[in-house]
Write a protein that binds this ligand. Sequence first.
Ligand SMILES: Nc1ncnc2c1ncn2[C@@H]1O[C@H](COP(=O)(O)OP(=O)(O)O)[C@@H](O)[C@H]1O
Ligand SMILES: [Mg+2]
Length: 259
Amino acid sequence: MSLLKIEGITKSFGAVSVLHGVDLTVGAGEVVGLVGDNGAGKSSLMKIVTGMYTADSGSVTMDGEDIVSNTPGERRAKGIEMIYQDLALAKQQDVASNIFLGREPTRSILGMQFVDGKKMRDEAQAMIDRLGARLPAINRPVGSFSGGQQQSVAIARALTFNPRIVIMDEPTAALAVREVQGVLDLIRQLKREGIGVILISHRLNDVLSVTDRIVVLHQGRAAANLVTAESDMTAVVSAIVGGGDVAEAAAHELSAGGD
Ligand SMILES: Nc1ncnc2c1ncn2[C@@H]1O[C@H](COP(=O)(O)OP(=O)(O)O)[C@@H](O)[C@H]1O
Ligand SMILES: [Mg+2]
């Protein structure tokens, strides 16, 4: 059974209709790629899942339970985590502070609450170890880390909410090539733990290498829902550019120089 089920989602911003009845499901331990041109509606659809945006119609369920009326906080409590493109990290603060931002473990001394620095560092290190992420030092400001290392911190932070679904919006877009594999390995680790992942990415080779299924959005419609193992680059690209029309896709590729 699907863990997360999105059905018939429609959304307009003013007069602009952005999503036209989109379906998408994710099971436990399943990695689903969400791809499509700029403006296809990928980020909007995911913000509807987290509750940041409200859909005009359609349903979103977790374990068969309707969550449309839930606040973003209630959805997070039900296990939906999204890591945004900008990562939302406090760049001046160290790893542990970022992982526990606003939820620092405290201890009581003479009836007063103090942040328990040791517990915080130990738990942060445990999260990093659980992910198998490599960081230079957890007591340095995360702003001094590479893009891939910052992505690891954002994922470790997400893990502290005990997510069942993690949505990642372009996690590798800004990374050096040698760092991309590290992030793909983190996604594989989430999968091994039984966490469902939705990966939004323009890097189709990454998507083909790490996902179980690929949903293609084309002008606000789910133009394809492909089993990755039975699919290839051509099928994905034709759905992205032509909404599944292979002839149109070929023409598009020709006019784009055949790349
Ligand atoms: N908050 C918003 N207000 C108005 N228009 C929006 C808003 N968010 C997204 N859009 C529009 O919705 C369309 C889809 O955008 P988006 O979901 O960001 O696509 P993608 O992530 O696939 O690039 C675009 O035309 C975008 O301008
Ligand atoms: Mg987007």
